[in-house]
Design a protein around this ligand. Structure first.
Ligand SMILES: Cc1ncc(COP(=O)(O)O)c(C=O)c1O
Length: 438
């Protein structure tokens, strides 16, 4: 099949757009250098069409976890079209903002007030600003990835390796003021002793503890409650980043599943199923601090985001979407395991069930993973090591996908045994982490 148009456009893009794309994780080099379709003409449910009209089932990251209901969900689209028809921007404010605030506080009974933004990293920056304003302190202890903003990247000013292991290694802090050095202090998930050390040294300067409630592994017994206690004893605010894990396990933040009560929680991505929207929810005490600082932006007042979020959340709750995501995720995990056993391929499986990933255990694993993507693309699937489930993924598709994955695992196992994996690749090995593109 002809798949060249996307790559031709991408080559041009790199001459006009530094790095080629707006999001690191959508760079074609992260999947299949020189051969990934790169651009889409249409996306619907779990299906994506490239610029040459080829259709694929998306068994990769589904809009980087934004399309939780599937792409172009009809119900969300209808709400968005109604918002567009009614005027998406005005001198006055959209009433959907208040309706959504009520719904978010109903779903999270500990929360009393809500602010909005449109992107995850931006909303996290708002949360950190509010925490700093509320406490009058500068330092932030964090675990995991939270976006591109100065407060976060400044962690790499202190020590080049500080962000390694916090999702993307090698994030370069060029352009981040050196004066921020030492203001963002990393700790590892499930390592309470890291946070204890930060609190012992900087407790009275700590504005916030920022973390995801869960991501790649289950919280160890006592870890979440221990982190909350350390945070509160230091007089800091606990900020839960639900940008990626929110809405995967339940209708709301994953912190609810663990009965964890933070001071602030942040949602983006899946909250609005592909339309820009983000919410910062919190206790009245914490959120009132937004009045003592300046957080304000024109497009935070448009109507499409809150309209899309209301429609997404209502469908999510009504259809018990989280249960579907878990069931599909488990089917795929089981399928990977069986396919790997049949192929004799050493594979480990990890991640949250609705955001699962596998890893081939071999010294040639980067090349083997790239070959998986290449083989699956030939079979009509956008596929990588990670699969973020959506409500649009149905059993029949899963069966087809798992059949193709089993074939691919077989080919990879043979190629690894013969030492021919790299020869079989039509292009270079996929990138991992942050690398500069020329
Ligand atoms: C946990 C978490 N926080 C923040 C972000 C940043 O969100 P955005 O890419 O919408 O700025 C991400 C994105 O992957 C994320 O996973």
């Amino acid at each position: 099949m002809n798949q060249r148009t996307g790559q031709e456009l991408y080559r041009k893009a790199k001459t006009r757009i530094p790095g080629g794309t707006q999001l690191l994780s959508k760079r074609p080099e992260m999947f299949l250098p020189e051969n990934w379709p790169a651009y889409y003409s249409r996306a619907q449910g779990a299906q994506v069409w490239d610029l040459d009209g080829n259709m694929y089932y998306d068994f990769s990251i589904n809009g980087i976890a934004a399309c939780i209901l599937g792409a172009a969900d009809p119900e969300v689209n209808e709400a968005v079209i109604a918002a567009v028809r009614a005027g998406s921007m005005s001198t006055l404010n959209p009433p959907e903002e208040v309706e959504l605030a009520d719904l978010l506080c109903e779903l999270h009974p500990w929360a009393e007030m809500v602010r909005y933004a449109r992107c995850g990293g931006e909303a996290m920056a708002v949360a950190v600003r509010i925490a700093r304003a509320a406490t009058g302190r500068d330092r932030v202890a964090f675990c995991g990835y939270h976006g591109w903003h100065d407060w976060y990247l400044s962690a790499n000013l202190a020590d080049d390796k500080a962000l390694d292991g916090h999702l993307l290694s090698g994030l370069a802090p060029a352009g981040v003021p050196r004066a921020l050095r030492g203001t963002a202090l990393p700790f590892r998930y499930n390592h309470l002793e890291d946070l204890e050390a930060i609190v012992a040294q900087h407790g009275d300067e700590l504005a916030a503890v920022v973390m995801e409630p869960i991501r790649n592994m289950e919280p160890a017994p006592g870890f979440l409650a221990g982190a909350r206690d350390l945070c509160h004893r230091a007089g800091a605010l606990l900020v839960m980043d639900e940008v990626s894990v929110g809405w995967r396990l339940n209708t709301g933040g994953a912190h609810l599943v663990y009965s964890l009560q933070p001071d602030i929680a942040v949602f983006a991505k899946a909250i609005s199923n592909g339309y820009p929207m983000a919410a910062i929810i919190g206790t009245a005490d914490a959120m009132q601090a937004a009045q003592n600082t300046f957080v304000s932006s024109t497009y935070w007042t448009e109507r499409i985001g809150p309209a899309a979020a209301l429609a997404t959340i209502r469908k999510h709750r009504r259809e018990n979407v989280a249960q579907h995501l878990g069931r599909i995720g488990q089917m795929v995990r089981d399928g990977w395991r069986i396919a790997a056993e049949r192929a004799g391929l050493p594979v480990t499986i990890g991640g949250l069930v609705p955001m699962s990933s596998f890893a081939i255990q071999h010294k040639e694993s980067p090349a083997a993973h790239t070959l998986f993507t290449q083989l699956m693309l030939d079979r009509g699937f956008l596929a990588s090591r990670s699969f973020y489930t959506t409500f649009a993924h149905q059993d029949q598709m899963i069966e087809e996908y798992l059949q193709a994955a089993e074939d691919a695992f077989g080919v990879i196992a043979q190629a690894l045994a013969r030492g021919t994996v790299r020869e079989m690749l039509k292009g270079p090995v996929a990138h991992a982490g942050f690398t500069r593109l020329n």
